[in-house]
Design a protein around this ligand. Structure first.
Ligand SMILES: [Zn+2]
Length: 410
């Protein structure tokens, strides 16, 4: 069946979401802020246009469902933003899902099939780690919600849920076997597509992100009177570890493994005091869990070496380990075909170096992602943008792929 999206409607919807919580040319919509809640309400009000019904659940997810009995496809992304960030990170995927649902569900040829639309709460991690999509797949306990705190203002998630009126509502969880699969569109957030003059990225895998904290304990003392030979400088120990990582990691990394010393803090942190304590935040990303395990083992070895050699104590602590996900081959093929039809020769398969809700949906159903170019590769900043032409083209490729997935041609 031939599905034709309405490009003007897609741009108008994205503009409507952009005006809610506008900041310069971007938006400021942290999770459970007033503009975020207004955006969720905006989506709920739009669901009937696609023949769907739904509300906001007990963790801030919106899942619009159809009463049709046939095969279903789940499509979505998120509506909150990073602080003072861009207008497309999240809303693009929600509006593509809404548009595909409108054109497919209202099409005479759809029969008893339907696209269902979701917005996952807190993908941007103001309170935690993919709490919305993880809740939907059954991976969030009540204790997890008890422990969640807004990293910017310290408000607990319980207090925030109460403030916005979602507390006490049931949390929607996936009905086993309901969906053929999941699809999510997103801006690329890098410059791979733009630099190659391509319009569509078909995502093959989503990286796992493993985060660690290394703590060094030395002795705080006077920077003028303490002889070099007897110092136990925690700052030096931290920088030495960073140097060892730089020397040893390349030999065991895979082609696209990346690692980052994101922060080193020294205590007390003054020019005339030898730091008695240092803390290093360290992150490793790869799409292969085996590679991540190998890198973690090497990190353990290096920290143990530092601890053994002294003069400071070094201790490693794992903070979080997200599991990488592979996208489904037949759904990727449906996206390839949609892209070849509307943007011949201008599409490519590529891994995602950023985390996305699709990696949690992939635990329970075949999942897929489509990328559109980010101008200048900029994201998580208010200047984030994509050309109107690329936005409209992406929506058409997405809708064609949804139609094929739903028909079972994928
Ligand atoms: Zn996003």
């Amino acid at each position: 069946m031939d599905v034709r999206i309405d490009g003007k409607r897609v741009l108008a919807d994205l503009t409507a979401l952009r005006t809610i919580g506008a900041y310069k040319t971007g938006v400021h919509k942290p999770t459970f802020s007033e503009p975020h809640v207004k955006s969720l309400e905006w989506l709920v009000a739009k669901l009937p246009e696609a023949g769907l019904a739904g509300g906001i659940d007990g963790i801030g997810n919106v899942v619009g469902t159809s009463s049709r009995k046939g095969p279903k496809l789940l499509a979505g992304s998120h509506l909150e933003s990073q602080n003072y960030a861009g207008w497309l990170d999240g809303p693009l995927g929600v509006v593509y899902a809404l548009e595909a649902a409108r054109v497919i569900n209202n099409h005479a040829g759809a029969g008893d099939r339907a696209v269902e639309v979701a917005s996952w709460c807190d993908e941007e991690g103001h309170f935690g780690f993919f709490l919305g999509s993880r809740s939907f797949v059954g991976g969030v306990s009540e204790a997890d919600i008890d422990a969640a705190i807004d990293r910017t203002n310290g408000e607990t998630m319980r207090a925030a849920l109460k403030r916005v009126g979602f507390a006490g509502r049931p949390r929607v969880t996936v009905e086993k076997g309901r969906y053929r699969g999941y699809i999510e569109a997103h801006i690329e957030q890098g410059d791979w597509l733009e630099t190659q003059k391509l319009a569509i990225g078909v995502v093959t895998s989503i990286v796992g992100i493993w985060q660690f904290k290394v703590t060094f304990t030395g002795v705080q003392n006077h920077a003028g009177t303490t002889r070099m030979a007897i110092r136990k400088d925690a700052g030096v120990a931290a920088v030495e570890l960073a140097h060892r990582i730089k020397q040893r990691f390349p030999a065991i990394a895979a082609e696209r493994t990346v690692w980052t010393v994101g922060r080193i803090t020294l205590e007390p942190g003054a020019p005339s005091i030898i730091p008695g304590r240092a803390e290093m935040l360290f992150q490793i990303r790869d799409a292969d869990e085996g590679v991540l395990k190998r890198m973690e083992a090497e990190l353990e070895t290096l920290v143990a070496e530092s601890d053994r050699e002294g003069p400071c104590r070094a201790r490693l602590e794992a903070m979080s380990r997200s599991i990488p996900a592979k996208m489904d081959e037949s759904l990727m093929a449906a996206l390839d075909r949609g892209a070849e039809k509307h943007a011949p020769g201008k599409h490519i398969r590529m891994p995602s170096g950023a985390g996305h809700d699709a990696q949690y949906l992939a635990r329970i159903m075949p999942s897929s992602m489509l990328f559109v170019p980010s101008i200048g590769g900029i994201s998580h900043h208010w200047t984030e943008n994509t050309s109107d032409a690329d936005i409209v083209l992406g929506a058409q490729v997405y809708a064609d792929a949804c139609e094929a997935m739903l028909r079972g041609a994928a």
